[in-house]
Design a protein around this ligand. Structure first.
Ligand code: IMP
Length: 429
C-alpha cells in the first residue's frame, strides 16, 4: 500500500485528525499537503487531547515521520509555538520526525493583516475565513510574489530583506483600504527567530518522499479542510484558497499518481459548515442544537481554530455524491455516528429540487443553489448507545441501514465508522 490519500468529503471538520491517527499506526510517513493553520485536527489519546493546526497528526506515533508538504502555507511563528506546546505534552519533535518542505509558502504578518482587511471590506458578504492569512498567502504564491520556507535557509539578511519587502507591499494595499499598516522591522523580528529554529527541519520533501516510496514505505496523505472548500471544486467564492481534494495531494507533495492505491473519503454522519456560503440542508432549532452539542466537550461542533459555532444539518448526499466524483473515493468512512443516537428519525438529502427539476448533483452557481430544496428520504433512528460497538455486527439494525443507504446512494463502500472521540472508538468491517 504505497499511498493512501485521506480526504474530507464535506466542508471540513469531518474528524480527519483521528482517522489519520488510526491510519498512521500502519504507516511510515504522514504528510500534509494543503492549507495551513486554518486547520484544526483533534486527536484524543490517553486522557490528553491534542489539537494540531500545522503539524501532521502522525506526530503522535513515535515511529512515523511527519511531512509538511509544498502545497501548504506555513506561519513559522505559529509553527514554532505549536512545536513547543507539543513538546510540553511530552512529544519528541526532531528534524528526523518532522520534515518541512523547502517549497511551502510562508504566511507573513502582512498576509494575516490583509485577510482581516479583506473580510472587513466585504462586510455582510464576507467569506468567514479563519483570519490566518491563508487567502493572501496563496494569492502571493500564484501571483509569483510569495516567499518560501526555503528562503529561511538563506542568510538572515537576505531572508529579512524578502520579508520586509512583502510587508511593505502589503502596507500599500492596507493603506489603500484605509487599514492600519505594519511596522516592517518589528513584524519581521519574530519571523527571523522562528526561521532559526525551523532551519534544520527544512528539506526537499518531494525527493524525500520519492526515495521513501521506491523503498516500499507507506505514506498517508492527511487532507485538511474538505472537498466543498476546494478552490476549484467548492462553492466558490466561499472556499479556502488551496486544493484539499485528491489531485491536490499529488501537487501538494510532489508525488506521482501511480503510487496511490487508496483514496479514503471521510464524511461526518451529518453536515456541518463554518463560515459563509450555501448549505442546503442547514437546520435551525432543536435538532441543530442537538447535533452541535453544548460546547462543553471538545468534540462538540465549535471550530477548533476559531471557536465559532458550526452550522449543522442533515447529511447531504448530493454534496457527498459530488465529492465522490471529484475525488474518486475507493471507500468512505462515516464519523460521529454516535451523535445520531436517540433521534426518532433521520433524514438524508438524496437530491435537490430546483425550479421544479430534480438534481442529483449540486449546480455550479450559488444563486441557483440558493433556490435548491432538498428532497429528503426519512430513515428510522435508533436509541441504543453505540459508543461501545466495535464491529458492524454490534450496531443496531437502524444504524446499519443508515450506513448502507448512504453507501448505496454514493455507490461507494463504507467500511468504517467512528462512534466516539477516543482512539479505539472505531467500528471496522
Ligand atoms: P480560510 O481557509 O481561512 O481562508 O477560510 C475560508 C473558508 O474555509 C471559511 O469558510 C472557513 O471557515 C473555511 N475553513 C478553512 N479551514 C477550515 C477547516 O479546517 N475546517 C472547516 N472550515 C475551514
Amino acid at each position: 500500500m504505497p499511498i493512501t490519500i485521506l480526504i474530507g468529503a464535506q466542508w471540513g471538520d469531518e474528524g480527519k485528525g483521528r482517522v489519520v491517527d488510526w491510519l498512521a499506526s500502519s504507516a511510515d510517513i504522514v504528510a500534509r499537503y494543503a492549507g495551513g493553520d486554518n486547520a484544526g485536527h483533534t486527536v484524543a489519546l490517553d486522557s490528553s487531547v491534542y489539537k494540531l493546526h500545522l503539524v501532521p497528526s502522525g506526530i503522535l506515533h513515535s515511529d512515523v515521520v511527519s511531512i509538511m508538504g509544498n502545497g501548504m502555507v506555513i506561519n513559522p511563528v505559529n509553527l514554532v509555538r505549536e512545536i513547543e506546546s507539543l513538546r510540553k505534552l511530552g512529544l519528541e519533535i526532531t528534524p528526523e520526525r518532522l520534515v518541512i518542505s523547502s517549497r511551502a509558502h510562508i504566511i507573513t504578518p502582512a498576509h494575516v493583516a490583509l485577510d482581516k482587511a479583506n473580510e472587513t471590506v466585504l462586510g455582510d458578504s464576507k467569506i468567514g475565513t479563519t483570519l490566518r492569512g491563508i487567502g493572501p498567502a496563496y494569492l502571493d504564491k500564484t501571483g509569483r510574489a510569495g516567499i518560501r520556507t526555503g528562503d529561511m535557509l538563506l542568510d538572515v539578511e537576505e531572508f529579512a530583506e524578502r520579508l520586509i519587502a512583502t510587508i511593505e507591499s502589503a502596507n500599500a494595499r492596507l493603506a489603500l483600504q484605509g487599514m492600519e499598516t505594519l511596522d516592517p522591522q518589528s513584524a519581521a523580528e519574530s519571523y527571523l527567530e522562528a526561521a532559526a529554529v525551523l532551519k534544520p527541519f527544512i528539506k526537499d520533501t518531494s525527493i524525500y518522499l520519492y526515495a521513501a516510496l521506491t523503498a516500499g514505505k507507506h505514506i498517508v496523505c492527511e487532507g485538511a479542510q474538505g472537498t466543498l472548500l476546494d478552490i476549484d471544486h467548492g462553492s466558490y467564492p466561499f472556499v479556502t484558497s488551496s486544493s484539499p481534494t485528491a489531485g491536490g495531494a499529488l501537487t501538494g507533495l510532489g508525488v506521482g499518481p501511480l503510487f496511490v492505491d487508496r483514496v479514503l473519503g471521510v464524511a461526518k454522519a451529518f453536515s456541518t459548515r463554518v463560515g459563509g456560503g450555501p448549505m442546503p440542508t442547514e437546520l435551525e432549532g432543536e435538532i441543530a442544537r442537538r447535533l452541535r452539542g453544548s460546547g462543553d466537550n471538545f468534540w462538540d461542533e465549535y471550530g477548533t481554530t476559531t471557536g465559532r459555532p458550526r452550522r449543522c444539518g442533515w447529511l447531504d448526499v448530493v454534496m457527498l455524491r459530488y465529492a465522490v466524483s471529484v475525488n474518486g473515493f475507493s471507500e468512505m468512512m462515516l464519523t460521529k455516528l454516535d451523535i445520531l443516537s436517540g433521534l426518532d428519525e433521520l433524514k438524508l438529502a438524496v437530491a435537490y429540487e430546483i425550479d421544479g427539476q430534480r438534481h442529483e448533483y449540486p449546480p455550479v452557481n450559488n444563486e441557483t443553489l440558493d433556490r435548491a430544496t432538498p428532497i429528503y428520504e426519512t430513515l428510522p433512528g435508533w436509541h441504543e448507545d453505540i459508543s461501545n460497538c466495535r464491529a458492524f455486527s454490534q450496531l443496531p439494525a437502524a444504524a446499519l441501514n443508515y450506513i448502507e443507504r448512504v453507501a448505496s446512494l454514493c455507490a461507494v463502500p463504507i467500511n468504517s465508522v467512528s462512534v466516539g472521540p477516543e482512539r479505539d472508538q472505531l467500528v471496522l468491517r
